[in-house]
Design a protein around this ligand. Sequence first.
Ligand code: SN0
Length: 403
Amino acid sequence: MFFGHYRSKLHEQHRHFFAYSIAYSFSKQKRRNGLGQSQFFYPKIAYHYQVRYYLRHFCEQGKSHRFFENALISVFFFLLFAHKTSFSMKQFTSVKDIDKLPELIEEAFEVKKNPFAFKQLGENKTMGLFFLNPSLRTRLSTQKAAFNLGMNCMVFNLNNEGWSIETKDGVVMNGNAAEHIKDAVAVMGQYCDVMGIRSFANLQNRSEDYAEIVLNNFLKYANTPIVSMESATLHPLQSLADIITIEEHKKTAHPKVVLSWAPHPRALPQAVANSFAEWTVRAGYELVITHPEGYELDPQFSKGAIIEYDQKKAFEGADFVYAKNWSSYQHYGQILNQNPAWTVSEAQMQQSKEAFFMHCLPVRRNVVVTDQVIDSSHSLILQQAANRVVSAQTILKKMLENS
Ligand code: SN0
């Protein structure tokens, strides 16, 4: 009955819906490519008529089995085509946007081996890089990654070159802010095929920072794939570069990695530490986080790590030592400790298994780490920085493929 009916004669309306689903999927792709709203027009009308058809039949026939069969088959076709055409990456904001990390790392090695092999992917495509904070590595490495893929790049320092931006919803904008973030982002999305955004924690209000207001506005209003170039809580491009670097230097399958808090004169975000924690745990490494009491990270990011308050003990047998300062999450944004005993020096490194030293940079020499350690042959800071291009290019490639 059910299948026989459709095998012998695909219902006319379904043939239409089948076609509309394909058209809709293509239009979604085009829209994501920044080609504008008009491609949406035809499928929207089609859907409108399809819904009217169902409603009419629902009224005429009551809840007949034929009606439900029709609806079911249509949903099936829609999901099939919507799914088939949406496998390019649409956002990169955290490790949660990655299905299979080992495959991503393999892809990164391919990109590193042959950086210009995918130059046609970005032809006639524009990358927009938007910064609300200073940047050296992220700005240059992401631009270079886009160039390697054949893209054009626009770089814009939103907070000191653009209009001042309002980020709260529903406010009366009679103060300093000239433009709402949702309008700015929607406009920038018209000019770009992929957008990168560097926001930052303001470290004043934890719930505001952890709500990722800026990043979420980009995800909601840009209508292009979005790459986080460090948000208020995470720095995924840095973490991917760190994982690539560890994979290149590790001597055991599951190395011991120590994330060590270090002193700093300014209050810094938890983003790099949060991100490093969630990526290294996902990579299957043994992660030990060491810090003075009061510097515990948000458990949603540090879960799976061992917390060790004794830095010396933490360093025992370490294969990699990653130094980073962050301000307190519990006493939000505060500096609780500047004890120079936490500066990573030869004395601590000697506890380890001749560990490699890592830091994302920029680094305060002789505050976070001594010159002796950072300039030693075991320091990987330049390799990490070089891998920022590989990390960004791997992600951009995934966004451009099948887009
Ligand atoms: C940033 C941070 O999130 O900690 C960027 C790291 C990639 N670092 C800083 O802001 C350092 C600023 C300073 O004054 O040392």
